[in-house]
Design a protein. Structure first.
Length: 458
């Protein structure tokens, strides 16, 4: 089999010519026909005993077509790999060169495929390239909010409290009342009702509980307290939503138990829980270390904004690049994404820009030997796992549990590919950052988020 590539004058596209002669597929056809013979059930012959000539006459052309259609793409892949032809997408049957293939009358064939060729990229990147780098300032307010958050998270439960505070959890017996304030005959009674004043929406109703003592009785109106929110009323009174919407009466709440959440004390035990055992020993050290840790938490965001700015500059440096638009558009229309021709024309400029940047990244990674190790992929998966668990309030997950969670993530092929791509982008970001002239700009976390919002609007 002979394969050759004819490039277009602008080198953006080419035509692959694949010449197939009978010797290229004859052996496979014979094997296929023998397999057919073993399975064939032909009238007048026992299964597998029909003459080979008959099998060849009946199935020969079809088997030949199958084998040719099988080996042609395989050989094209080999040719592209062995000759290091950098193509975009998949080869497509040529619209201009391909003639009709007739397996009934011919044994030698010529196939033609249109290919989009990846352009050569050559971009210089050095200290002459000046870009802003937005670094989040950790002010005292942000630090205090984080400390208070940790104090809430690592606080303790105290059930010895005698009076109710806003954030307390109270338990008791709830009884429905008549209009005159007496218990309603056959009315609702909840023996193990639970309530937290903090979540009562109506301020007047909420204040009825604040300062109430243990074993005291509070008269209040659930419908008014929760401002008609059926789901919350139903949950509190342990009834169906359909019934909760009809409840308008007052109720009494006899307070049997008060559970108070006390914030963690700022002491050595607290320091050890947050920053690890023995890493700091004074409150000043704790605050400085925590401030540094908060700043580091914003580093991925700062790097991400830098990467967006670097992308713009890299695209600008690359300038105009010739692409085989016709071939690329055919590939996109054939991708099975239910894309119309009109929609493609609308999306194509952005698709082309994304493709251009992918090629730039690939070129920089290859030329500068930027590689991602298995350990780096695992550490990034671990970081993602930690972030996900933190969203559910799980901050102090044991190291082994976190490792197992990360390993499970990496078992999914799509997740693995995404993490590898992310890790590669992270390493490229650091490479670009180390070789650029950074204009450090101190910003608040809110201002950094606004910069991302402005990017999303573009």
């Amino acid at each position: 089999m002979n394969i050759s590539l004819k490039r277009s004058d602008d080198a953006a596209s080419g035509v692959l010519k694949v010449e197939v002669v009978k010797a290229d597929y004859a052996d496979q056809v014979e094997k296929g026909l023998r397999s057919y013979r073993q399975k064939a059930e032909i009238h007048g012959f026992r299964k597998g005993m029909a003459p080979m000539g008959m099998i060849r006459k009946m199935y020969g052309k079809a088997v030949a077509a199958d084998e040719v259609n099988k080996i042609v793409p395989e050989r094209i892949v080999d040719y592209i790999r062995e000759n290091e032809v950098n193509i975009l997408g998949e080869p497509l049957p040529s619209e201009t060169e391909q003639s009709e293939i007739d397996f009934e009358t011919r044994e030698d064939f010529e196939f033609y495929f249109d290919v989009a060729l990846a352009p050569e990229i050559n971009i210089a990147w050095n200290k002459e390239d000046k870009l802003p780098y937005y670094q989040v300032t950790v002010d005292d307010e942000m630090l205090e909010k984080q400390i208070e958050s940790f104090r809430e998270t690592y606080g303790t439960i105290d059930d010895t409290s005698e009076t109710v505070e806003e954030k307390d959890l109270i338990k008791g017996v709830v009884v429905e009342l008549e209009d005159d304030g007496s218990p309603k005959e056959g009315g609702m009674v909840v023996e193990d009702a639970v309530l937290m004043p903090l979540y009562i929406k109506n301020e007047e109703e909420r204040n009825k509980f604040i300062g109430a003592g243990k074993n005291s009785v509070v008269t209040f109106n659930p419908a008014k307290a929760y401002e008609g929110a059926v789901a919350e009323i139903a949950s509190f009174l342990k009834t169906d939503k359909s019934e909760a919407g009809n409840i308008v009466n007052d109720f009494t709440f006899e307070i049997k138990e008060i559970t108070h959440h006390r914030k963690a004390e700022i002491n050595q035990e607290f320091f050890d829980k947050i920053l690890g055992e023995g890493n700091v020993t004074t409150e000043e050290e704790f605050r400085n270390k925590l401030k540094e840790s908060i700043r580091e938490q914003f580093t991925p965001q700062s790097n991400a904004k830098f990467f967006l700015d670097a992308r713009k500059l890299l695209l600008e440096k690359a300038g105009n690049i010739n692409f085989a638009d016709n071939v690329l558009k055919r590939q996109l229309m054939a991708s099975g994404e239910n894309r119309t021709a009109e929609k493609l024309e609308e999306e194509y400029p952005q698709i082309l820009e994304d493709l251009k940047f992918q090629l730039i990244k690939k070129d920089l990674v290859k030329k500068n030997n930027i590689k991602v190790t298995d350990e780096e992929v695992f550490l990034l998966a671990r970081r993602f796992a930690q972030t996900q668990l933190a969203q559910y309030g799980m901050y102090s997950v044991p190291a082994e549990s976190l490792n197992n969670y990360a390993r499970e993530m990496l078992k999914d092929e799509q997740t693995l590919r995404n993490i590898i791509d992310h890790a590669s982008d992270d390493k490229l970001t650091l490479w670009l950052k180390d070789r650029a002239d950074l204009d450090i700009k101190e910003v608040s976390s809110g201002d950094l988020n606004k910069l991302f919002e402005e990017e999303n609007k573009k």
